[in-house]
Design a protein around this ligand. Structure first.
Ligand code: IPM
Ligand code: MN
Length: 360
């Protein structure tokens, strides 16, 4: 079996805790399926600023470029959030990494697990059977446009800009995904106000001609924010620009019961990065209460990307088993005192016993 080089960027806050549990699970999968992983760690984020002054050191970037995939933890530290004058910020490391690796598509699946329906603050009848995937454009738009703050600090702006070419590739990916699913693409935008949104509509309509079986629909983002709560099952594939995707994917996490469950894949032409959608959750750091499932499910997405489908499926089944048996951290069950590593160990144990029973 080919050796797969995996760059491991644990980052800040709970990142290192969830990533080390994920690697534990990946090592079990490696052994079961005779895969061959080579893990190499590197610095990013606040910890990289502390040690090198740079949130994305050159060595980290190079390692990621050379790797077959990047496994990412989380980024951010409150000491920067509360300091408007900070010149460097941990988040710049992740944004630059996404840009440099050309990770234009951020893919965020959201589904309602049967055994967790009661855990969501949303009504069971509203969320059951929800199964959608958000395609968020990741390296353009307002997060990357020209920005400015005046010397006296009384004026600032950020610019949202898109070219047709920034929209085409991710739109194709969204339509291709829809072909494998329920054949519906919903473009979320603000085309009643924004020129960039009107460009997105134009491009999506043009590209939809190539996918006659897929139904393309449009929704303004403010309405989408509401529809996600009152009728999320209507969505199959959501396609949207960078900032809207950032916002609605956090919102969508309430459907699953916890943001600690949601994985993501960021895909480019040459590179790919896999990360939980949750942040660094500094309040939980070091307490052993962080949910490792989003990171472990991100690793499953990584295996699928690497063509290791059996391992991907096995991890997803083992996580589902843990969820069904409520072997979960306290974000999903307030009566639970299972720690990050107890949950990951359970998942590892299920992987091994599933393997003994069906010997895939
Ligand atoms: C995410 C995060 C990042 C983003 C931050 C940390 C820059 O919120 O991955 O959703 O805004 O993209
Ligand atoms: Mn976000």
């Amino acid at each position: 079996m080919k050796t797969h080089k995996i760059a491991v960027l644990s980052g800040d806050g709970i990142g290192p805790e969830v990533v080390s549990e994920t690697i534990k699970v990946l090592k079990v999968v490696e052994q079961i399926f005779k895969y061959n992983f080579e893990f190499e760690e590197a610095l990013i984020g606040a910890i990289a600023i502390d040690e090198t002054g740079n949130p994305l050191p050159d060595a980290t970037l190079q390692l990621c470029k050379d790797a077959d995939a990047v496994l990412f933890g989380s980024i951010g530290d409150p000491k920067y959030d509360n300091n408007p004058n900070a010149k460097v910020r941990p988040e710049q490391g992740l944004l630059k990494l996404r840009k440099e690796l050309g990770l234009f598509a951020n893919i965020r699946p959201i589904k309602a697990y049967e055994s967790l329906l009661g855990k969501s603050p949303l009504k069971r009848s509203h969320i059951e059977e929800t199964d959608m995937v958000i395609f968020r454009e990741l390296i353009n738009g307002i997060y990357f446009g020209e920005k400015f703050t005046s010397e006296d600090g009384t004026h600032a702006y950020d610019t949202c800009s898109y070219h047709r070419k920034d929209i085409e590739e991710i739109t194709h990916l969204a339509f291709q995904e829809a072909m494998k699913r329920r054949k519906k693409v919903m473009l979320v935008d603000k085309a009643n106000v924004l020129d960039t949104s009107r460009l997105w509509r134009k491009v999506a309509m043009d590209i939809s001609q190539e996918y006659p079986e897929v139904e393309l629909d449009f929704l303004f983002v403010d309405n989408a924010a509401m529809q996600l709560i009152i009728n999320p099952k209507q969505f199959d594939v959501i396609l949207t620009e960078n900032m809207f995707g950032d916002i609605i994917s956090d919102e969508g996490s309430v459907i699953g019961g916890s943001i600690g469950l949601l994985p993501s894949a960021s895909i480019g032409t040459e590179n790919a990065l896999f990360e939980p959608i949750h942040g660094s959750y500094p309040q939980a750091e070091g307490k052993g209460i962080a949910n490792p499932m989003a990171s472990i499910l991100s690793a499953a997405m990584m295996l699928r990307y690497l063509g290791l489908e059996d391992g991907a499926k096995a991890i997803e089944n083992a996580v589902e088993n843990a969820i069904n048996n409520l072997i979960v951290t306290s974000d999903l069950d307030e009566t639970s005192d299972y720690s990050t590593s107890v949950v990951a160990n359970y998942i590892a144990k299920i992987l091994l016993s599933d393997h003994d029973h069906h010997s895939y």
